[in-house]
Design a protein around this ligand. Structure first.
Ligand SMILES: Cc1cc2nc3c(=O)[nH]c(=O)nc-3n(C[C@H](O)[C@H](O)[C@H](O)COP(=O)(O)OP(=O)(O)OC[C@H]3O[C@@H](n4cnc5c(N)ncnc54)[C@H](O)[C@@H]3O)c2cc1C
Ligand SMILES: C=Cc1c2[nH]c(c1C)Cc1[nH]c(c(CCC(=O)O)c1C)Cc1[nH]c(c(C)c1CCC(=O)O)Cc1[nH]c(c(C)c1C=C)C2
Length: 549
């Protein structure tokens, strides 16, 4: 997110590298805002969506089944979510949106305790009592009781999330138990190697502003008590979206307010529908061209007539090497994919981008038609494995896709702000034959040696590990596990390592890009958005499209 980006010249040519949701939504917003600008979107394959990949196949019973090989939900409270869902509704896909309410089983999350028992993350008095009785709560109550009295840190430099949590709670137990699990479920990384500013930025700001997290929570509670407004004002970003795209602010306010009630949103038929819909939309824009091709190089300082430009070299779908010039290039790929593009022509920028390491996750989908093997007491979103568990399988967590799918409720019907089926029961549960669908995520930082280099086990070994883990954690039988359908995906370098100091590193890269290419290049995607989630990269895409328009 380069704050200095300025308006593109009339009829400029723009190249967008990457057809994941960051590149697609950037193309969509800029294409709408600037009909004079000619945009070419490059993606190596015709399927859009990057890590979002809903895979349609046949189950062991020969019937169709969809397995998510990446994300399946995104959070409700986020500007990016408002933009995604409002746009999907404008495109006529509102009926595909599904919500998970706070009362739904799919909003229950579990953490594995050191003795391999699943304990629910508290969301009620009962679950709080059970959590406090488990070894996972060690150090939590005592840590919270004295938190307000612990002195704030004076230095204004980044530290690890673990260091901050350990200082605030007075021991490492809360970080190693609950928090390490939660951050594995977002970053696939170790709480001791994650930037506090990136992973727990709000805690950093709270400590600085209020001296302690407890004081900040108290101040926030008092403020909320005095605020009686039913529907808060639109955020500046959503308000800007409304103005730029001619959307009714009242409708957007209603939508944002409703979305904030849902911890999770999804799409019936799979999350792939989101990038598919955006790709279909931009393919109809007269000012957008889709190019199936892999960009291999970027060169700045190209002069064409009286204009400075940037050249993109790429291999097209037929394997031919090509080059095209653009007034502006948007890189919407992960930092490790940006690095090789500048390797030949900009060695200093290459080394800065190359210094950002990424984590690799093995995703293992399992499907059993005709039988639900998730024990009733553990029906929820899934479970995460904290550092305090010995975890010989290097499991990060398991998502119960069948529970999520069965908990999905229609979001709004066709109309924005239509009466909410807020507490709708599991939509599919009644009359649907039982089945189990789950996704195990293995590895991440657990695959890495101290230098950050991963050792990735084979497919057979990974599936064997997941089977061992599921039989220990859920009591799954060998017959069920051996009869199941398994799908293995190595998501190589799929999440940047947000190490302490990452924010400064990313800002330094953006400064270098601005200095080297003037307005010629901008950076998007997970590495340069506020967070790694889908809504974050979409907010970032809109923000930069607005600056350029
Ligand atoms: C396992 C996993 C689970 C996740 N779960 C969630 C979740 O539950 N909720 C959530 O909100 N987020 C989740 N995320 C994060 C989410 O996937 C990302 O926020 C999102 O996919 C980022 O989109 P993107 O467009 O920036 O990048 P990508 O999805 O990486 O897309 C980049 C695209 O660029 C293409 N590309 C790469 N190099 C080139 C090149 N040289 N030339 C042309 N094209 C190129 C790639 O092929 C790809 O299509 C998850 C991520 C992972 C890995
Ligand atoms: C076990 C590994 C992973 C699981 N999901 C991810 C990994 C690496 C990746 C991921 N999950 C989320 C995001 C987006 C974050 C955001 O800022 O929007 C990413 C990149 C969402 C998420 N998943 C879990 C939580 C607590 C969150 C944050 C917001 C939310 O509540 O939706 C929990 C969780 N993730 C995984 C499991 C098994 C799990 C809980 C049981 C898998």
């Amino acid at each position: 997110m380069l704050s200095q980006l300025t308006k593109l010249p009339a009829n400029a040519r723009v190249g967008v590298v990457g057809g994941g949701v960051a590149g697609l939504t950037f193309t969509y917003f800029l294409g709408k805002l600037r009909p004079d600008v000619q945009i070419t979107l490059f993606n190596p394959e015709s399927r859009p969506g990057g890590w979002i990949h809903s895979w349609h196949t046949k189950g062991p019973d020969g019937r169709p089944v969809m397995l998510e090989r990446g994300p399946r939900t995104f959070r409700g409270v986020s500007d990016g979510t408002v933009l995604i869902l409002d746009t999907l509704m404008q495109m006529g896909h509102g009926d595909r949106i599904r919500s998970v309410g706070r009362e739904s089983s799919a909003d229950r999350k579990f953490v594995l305790d050191p003795r391999d028992r699943l304990v629910q993350v508290p969301n009620s008095l009962g679950s709080l009592a059970r959590f406090l009785a488990s070894p996972l709560s060690k150090g939590l109550l005592w840590g919270l009781a004295g938190e307000w009295a612990r002195k704030p840190r004076k230095e204004n430099v980044d530290e690890s999330a673990e260091a901050l949590l350990t200082r605030r709670f007075g021991s490492a137990y809360p970080a190693r138990n609950l928090f390490s699990a939660v951050y594995r479920g977002i970053y696939a990384d170790d709480v001791g190697r994650l930037s506090a500013q990136k992973a727990v930025g709000r805690m950093v700001r709270d400590e600085r502003a209020h001296g302690s997290l407890t004081a900040a929570a108290w101040a926030r509670w008092r403020e909320a008590r005095g605020d009686t407004s039913a529907a808060p004002e639109l955020s500046p970003l959503v308000a800007a979206y409304g103005r730029a795209l001619g959307r009714d602010p009242a409708e957007l306010r209603t939508l944002a307010h409703r979305l904030a009630q849902f911890p999770m949103l999804g799409l019936t038929g799979g999350l792939q529908q989101f990038p598919d819909a955006f790709q279909a939309a931009v393919a109809r824009f007269p000012n957008v061209a889709l190019c199936t091709g892999t960009v291999t190089g970027l060169r700045g300082g190209v002069v064409s007539g009286d204009k400075q430009g940037v050249a993109l070299e790429y291999t097209d779908a037929q394997g031919a090497q090509r080059s095209e010039e653009f007034a502006h290039v948007r890189l919407a790929v992960a930092p490790n994919r940006m690095a090789p593009l500048v390797a030949g022509a900009n060695a200093p920028l290459f080394s800065k981008l190359n210094a950002i390491r990424s984590n690799t996750v093995s995703l293992v989908n399992m499907y059993i038609p005709g039988k639900d093997i998730v024990p009733a007491q553990f029906r929820g979103f899934g479970y995460l494995v904290p550092e305090s568990n010995a975890n010989p399988e290097k499991l990060l967590g398991v998502i119960f896709d069948s529970v999520i799918e069965q908990s999905f409720a229609p979001f709004a019907g066709d109309a924005v702000g239509a009466a909410a089926p807020a507490a709708a029961p599991a939509a599919a549960a009644a009359g649907t034959p039982a089945y189990t669908k789950l996704t195990a995520m293995v590895g991440g930082s657990l695959y890495n040696d101290p230098e950050g280099n991963p050792t990735i086990p084979s497919e057979a070994e990974t599936i064997a590990r997941v089977k061992r883990a599921l039989s220990r954690h859920l009591g799954a039988s060998p017959t069920d596990l051996d009869g199941a359908q398994w799908l293995h995906t190595v998501a190589r370098d799929c999440l940047p390592q947000f190490v302490p100091g990452y924010g400064a590193q990313a800002a330094e890269i953006e400064r270098a890009v601005l200095a080297d290419y003037a307005q010629g290049v901008s950076l998007g995607g997970m590495g340069f958005a506020r967070g790694p989630g889908i809504p974050d990269v979409v907010s970032d895409a809109f923000t930069d499209a607005m600056k350029l328009h």
